[in-house]
Design a protein around this ligand. Structure first.
Ligand SMILES: Nc1nc2c(ncn2[C@@H]2O[C@H](COP(=O)(O)O[C@H]3[C@@H](O)[C@H](n4cnc5c(=O)[nH]c(N)nc54)O[C@@H]3COP(=O)(O)O)[C@@H](O)[C@H]2O)c(=O)[nH]1
Length: 581
């Protein structure tokens, strides 16, 4: 299709040709006039020839002949001129027609041309508007990309990169003016439990709700950023005293203490906060964040849902944690782990009906370490998988050894972490271990926390059924501290509910805890589960549990965790129970 520009060029060419036609007619007339003039000159030369000398007579005769020929030519020339003039007249006539036709063509063409030009103009206007829109879209996309690069998608808070920038600028300002600033590292307490048991969608909403509340606690000039997962970092860009940071931390703890209403759940979440101060705890952004992070670990270790200021000796303990990780890797090969065994008692009969295997690390320099000092580190670095396999095999071997020694067969319980339970070869490993140690599956019980069980209910259900079909017993550990769906509890092939020791400890002093324990016992009974109370330390607690018809008890009152030989002796002699009046 021809463009408007091409059409316009064609029109210009037509007009030029038209003008050229007129010029040709004018040139023809000029040539005709020139032809007449030449004939007159020839006649003059002829007359001049007659007047020359006799010597030139021959020439004259020749000249006369030539003159006659010339005269003939002249006559012909005149005739040609007349024809030319006629042609010229015709030419003039046709060029007028051409002009008229051309004028008409130009008129028609200019109408079409105008329409085409108008159309082309309209296209141009639309194209210009589109180009404008596109430029605006590109600009908006640029702004959005920039926002995305510096903000967390879930909460909309500044991200790690933007925090780093702002922190570096604030440090520069504080350095120039001799000021102080605070960095607060915040990590939600047991967020994983909520995420695992209620799902990621609920977890995400909880993070958004937490973000909003923290934003409401700080000044506009401060920066609250999400570092990823359940970690947030707050920059208080200008403070007078370290106590200002403590006040902000208290405000945040109070704001988060109120339940978050999400998806019909009232969720409670605590936060552990570590605080570092510029210039005392670091001169640059990286060091300040690291110091606040180290302090946050201390807040976790010291009870959670609290804040801690960074102290220099915390670094030494962080280094210690790293050295534990390094030596954990060698500890398995060096056979530095041992299992201790704690009895489980039938509360009615007082007999030992089971035992829980609890890991200890016989550290060559630091002595006997409790699981709290290394299990979470082993989970963090993946070493829990080989460690868990060792525990399972050792516990099965020991249970079988007691049987072979003629002691009453009892169930041995093994703690199973989420990573182990979700490992691809977990089921196969349990089967292979039982076969290798010749322990009947009914004498093995796996203890799983609520968060492990309630995460991904479908795969949990099939794994639990496969274990139950094998004959292995299943128990819910720390029951009451996580979130359990009652319908799953009924659906899963679970044998035992272990009431968390935090409820049992306060049975006598806190009526609410006593009510919870009673409720769990009756619920367990109606779901046809065995109920065992953990952490029984006093005869009062034992009496209460007995009165509530709790099936079993475990705790220091019946026997602390002990080495295998000591447990064998206890199994032979039995535990002695005394009830207070
Ligand atoms: N993945 C694995 N986790 C393990 C393994 N072994 C232990 N653990 C986990 O460590 C937690 C702490 O264990 P531990 O320090 O051994 O504490 C146990 C008991 O000593 C303690 N307990 C028992 N009775 C009482 C009591 O009367 N008072 C009191 N203050 N503490 C008491 O409780 C712990 C047993 O808890 P539980 O497992 O919930 O029954 C431990 O909780 C495990 O999660 C392992 O091999 N693998």
């Amino acid at each position: 299709m021809a463009t408007a520009r091409e059409d316009a060029a064609d029109l210009r060419d037509d007009a030029a040709h038209l003008r050229e036609g007129k010029v040709t007619s004018r040139e023809d007339a000029a040539h005709l006039r020139e032809g007449n003039a030449t004939s007159r000159e020839d006649a003059a030369h002829l007359r001049e020839g007659n007047a020359t000398s006799r010597e030139d007579a021959a020439h004259l005769r020749e000249g006369s002949a030539t003159s006659r020929e010339d005269a003939a030519h002249l006559r012909e020339g005149n005739v040609t001129s007349r024809e030319d003039a006629a042609h010229l007249r015709e030419g003039n006539a046709s060029s007028r027609e051409q002009e008229i036709r051309a004028a008409a063509t130009i008129r028609t063409a200019s109408d079409e041309h105008m329409t085409k030009l108008q159309q082309a103009n309209a296209h141009l206007v639309i194209a210009t508007i589109e180009a404008h829109k596109l430029t605006e879209q590109v600009e908006t996309a640029k702004v959005q990309l920039d926002h995305l690069a510096h903000h967390d998608v879930l909460t909309g808070l500044p991200n790690r990169m933007l925090l780093q920038d702002r922190l570096s600028q604030s440090i520069e300002l504080a350095r120039r003016h001799g000021g102080q600033l605070a960095v607060m590292f915040m990590d939600l307490d047991r967020f994983k439990n909520i995420n695992d048991s209620l799902g990621h969608a609920v977890g995400d909403q909880l993070l958004q709700s937490v973000a909003q509340r923290v934003v409401g606690c700080v000044r506009h000039s401060d920066t609250i950023s999400r570092q990823g997962g359940d970690e947030f970092v707050l920059l208080l860009s200008s403070i007078e005293h370290a106590e200002d940071a403590a006040l902000s931390a208290q405000k945040i703890l109070a704001a988060l203490a109120l339940p978050h209403r999400i998806d019909r759940h009232d969720l409670h979440i605590g936060v552990s906060i570590g605080i570092s101060i510029y210039p005392d705890d670091g001169q640059d952004a990286e060091t300040l964040i690291k110091s606040a992070d180290t302090a946050m670990y201390y807040a976790k270790e010291n009870g959670r849902n609290i804040y801690k200021f960074f102290e220099q000796d915390m670094n030494a303990r962080a280094v210690q944690r790293q050295s534990i990780e390094a030596s954990l890797r060698r500890a398995l090969e060096r056979q530095e782990f041992v299992l201790h065994y704690q009895p489980k008692i039938n509360l009615q009969s007082g007999t030992i009906v089971g035992v829980e295997a609890l890991i200890r690390w016989q550290h060559p320099e630091r002595g006997l370490l409790a699981p709290a000092q290394f299990v979470s580190i082993a989970e963090d670095c993946g070493l829990i998988l080989p460690l868990g396999r060792w525990v399972l095999r050792e516990a099965c071997l020991q249970a079988r050894a007691w049987q072979l020694a003629g002691l009453a067969p009892i169930t041995v319980a093994v703690n199973t972490s989420a990573l182990e339970f979700r490992a691809k070869d977990f089921l196969e490993n349990v089967r292979a271990t039982l076969a290798a140690t010749c322990l009947e599956p009914r004498y093995l019980e796996l203890e799983l926390t609520e968060s492990v069980l309630m995460r991904d209910a479908q795969s949990t259900d099939s794994m639990l059924h496969a274990l139950a079909d094998m004959g292995v017993k299943l128990a819910v550990d720390d029951f009451g501290t996580g979130y359990s769906s009652l319908s799953y509890l009924r659906q899963f092939p679970i044998d035992t509910l272990k009431i968390d020791q935090s409820f049992v400890t306060q049975i006598s002093s806190n009526p609410d805890d006593a009510t919870i324990v009673s409720a769990v016992i009756s619920m367990g009974k109606s779901l046809k589960k065995r109920v065992i109370a953990e952490g029984v330390e006093t005869p009062e607690q034992y009496a209460f549990l007995l009165a509530q018809h709790c099936d079993e008890g475990q705790g220091d009152y019946f026997g602390r965790p002990m080495v295998a030989e000591a447990f064998a002796t206890l199994l032979q002699t039995g535990v002695s129970l005394t009830l207070s009046d």
